[in-house]
Design a protein around this ligand. Sequence first.
Ligand SMILES: C[S@@+](CC[C@H](N)C(=O)[O-])C[C@H]1O[C@@H](n2cnc3c(N)ncnc32)[C@H](O)[C@@H]1O
Length: 391
Amino acid sequence: MSKSPKSGAPRGRNAQSKKGGVRKDNGPKRSFAPKRDGRDSRSGNKEAAPVARSQSPRREQPRTAPTPIVVEPIVREHKPTSARFKTPASVLPVMVEMDGWDDYALLDMGHGQKLERYGRYTLIRPEAQAMGAPRLPEIEWKRADAIFTGDMEEEGPGRWKFTKQVDEIWQMKYGPATFNGQFMSFRHVGVFPEQAAHWDWVGEQIKKADRSLKVLNLFGYTGLASLLPAALGAQVTHVDASKKAIGWARENQELSGLGDKPIRWICDDAMKFVEREVRRGSTYDGIILDPPKFGRGPNGEVWDFFESVPNMLACVRKLLSPNAQFLLMSSYAIRASFLASHELMRECLDGLPGTLESGELAIREHNGPRMLSTSLFSRWSAPDNNKAKGA
Ligand SMILES: C[S@@+](CC[C@H](N)C(=O)[O-])C[C@H]1O[C@@H](n2cnc3c(N)ncnc32)[C@H](O)[C@@H]1O
């Protein structure tokens, strides 16, 4: 698939470094890059960071006052919840560990960076949580194929520097899914490997239900959390605001040989989509939400985790079918706590049986004792006897 590297001036995010560069290939060219709005967010389809305007002294301000920004108040129904929730049963804190797999390993971490292997490439990326010292000798770090340099802030802007020739696109596998990796702006390569622990959990829920489930995957990105349930017989609806991310996910579907599986690919604002589904009376047996901290819908609709998640969960609750099997929400908004996410989810699921677990999702270091916290989660699963009630 790959061609020899092109010589010439470096370009864009795949610019060649002095020592190495990106090998272009004839594969699909995509420019999907999470857009940025200036706030930190994990792949929340961010616009390019706005150029900071210098603070002009008052006297220099134009005479015509700028149009005031009208902030619509968020009106929430004041409905006191019962002091004690009836159900589901709470289990917390839960530490979910992802140990890595053939195409992913957390090799080392320390001094604000992590050394990871994604398929055939070893990468160094900034990692605010890696506060200790690296375990491996420096020579191991020097062998890395690419280093993301730049803003140390989570999701901050920066660029990839290549120490060797690398392909622009390379393939990796997880179970029945084959997917493309690509060096993206904002340090991503098209997969959040820690999510593998959740993909497995969703798989267990699907197997436990022992029937064909209707699954909704919101903020679905490059589609792994859609492809893996589809491979297990689920009918999946995948929603993402980015056309390019959906294109990438569809390529992953073809690469995986899952082209015949029933997946509806929908480019929409997740909030608008769920509100519309509620009005239509649609239901789903399993719902996955992996929202960014901040993102935008295709028409500029704003997703802000802290502002939007209560209404999102209220709608999601209405979309759960009477014999729903699971609901899973990740949160990379670390300013939240898993307890906050747990209590919100518990409030929304009041009246349901089953179990609600919340905690942190962490990656276990390869051949090492340490774990790296990546995100928070809350996940609800129906009681085992739900299977009997299935269609
Ligand atoms: C963090 S990624 C999801 C990661 C993915 N679930 C996985 O584990 O591989 C966030 C995704 O949310 C999408 N997004 C951001 N704002 C959105 C919105 N308002 N509606 C729908 N999708 C949105 C982005 O395009 C991006 O693909």
